[in-house]
Design a protein around this ligand. Structure first.
Ligand SMILES: CC(C)(COP(=O)(O)OP(=O)(O)OC[C@H]1O[C@@H](n2cnc3c(N)ncnc32)[C@H](O)[C@@H]1OP(=O)(O)O)[C@@H](O)C(=O)NCCC(=O)NCCS
Length: 195
């Protein structure tokens, strides 16, 4: 478990779970990310991913730069026994001081339903609430993304509403559900008093 006092802006600490390690993405992950995360079953509910392995490399460099500014965190999911990341968990600052952050996640289909999502998301949220001291984590999922919405529900996130025509896909707008989880609901005291 990462120390609550570490400065994550200088580099993300590895987070170790039963089935995987979460670590900062490396350029050497780009080929695997491109192959595993750009199939139609993965991308149908998401913004278009980087269009090539090279574009993933650029994204990885960009993510490191954004992390250094304190606005963005991007963890790669490396399953136990493997070398490369085949999933990504992002946390994007929505309000200065990271009081509010938006969570995004994607993992390779071969890992769906294996517990890798559960392990990863718990590590990421624990890091978000305990180390980054986010108060409110939000997530959005297209209303017809049954798997993504079920994943958020079982995590304990609250579905707060519907964002009308918030997502453009295949030539038309799609509604999204807005989900939220508070640090207090995650079993952590709110850090607001300490700010
Ligand atoms: C979202 C994602 C990371 C979740 O990982 P996962 O391994 O599939 O998640 P899990 O299997 O742990 O949980 C999904 C839940 O949805 C349920 N589910 C699956 N298909 C479903 C469906 N058609 N309708 C309702 N529930 C469904 C599963 O039963 C499971 O619940 P359970 O663990 O209680 O049985 C993964 O599916 C993914 O990468 N999807 C593509 C990207 C994406 O949609 N990201 C979310 C956008 S914010």
């Amino acid at each position: 478990m990462a120390s609550p006092s570490i400065d994550w802006r200088t580099g993300l600490p590895d987070l170790i779970g039963e089935r995987l390690t979460l670590r900062e993405l490396r350029e050497s992950d780009a080929d695997t990310l491109f192959v595993e995360l750009t199939t139609p079953e993965v991308t149908r509910f998401m913004w278009a991913p980087p269009a090539s392995a090279l574009a993933f490399e650029h994204f990885i460099g960009w993510a490191r730069g954004e992390r250094a500014t304190g606005k963005y965190i991007c963890y790669g999911v490396v399953p136990r026994g493997e070398q490369h990341a085949c999933g990504v968990f992002e946390l994007r600052q929505l309000q200065p001081g990271f009081l509010r952050g938006e969570l995004g996640f994607v993992i390779a289909p071969r890992l769906w339903g294996t517990g890798v999502f559960d392990d990863s998301v718990r590590l990421v949220l624990d890091f978000a609430f305990r180390v980054v001291k986010v108060h409110r984590v939000e997530a959005r999922a297209a209303v017809d993304n049954d798997r993504g919405n079920a994943a958020l529900r079982k995590l304990g996130a609250i579905r707060e509403g519907t964002l009308t025509e918030a997502f453009w896909r295949d030539g038309h707008y799609v509604d999204q559900y807005l989900w939220a989880i508070l640090d207090t609901r995650w079993g952590r005291p709110s850090p607001a008093e300490g700010r």
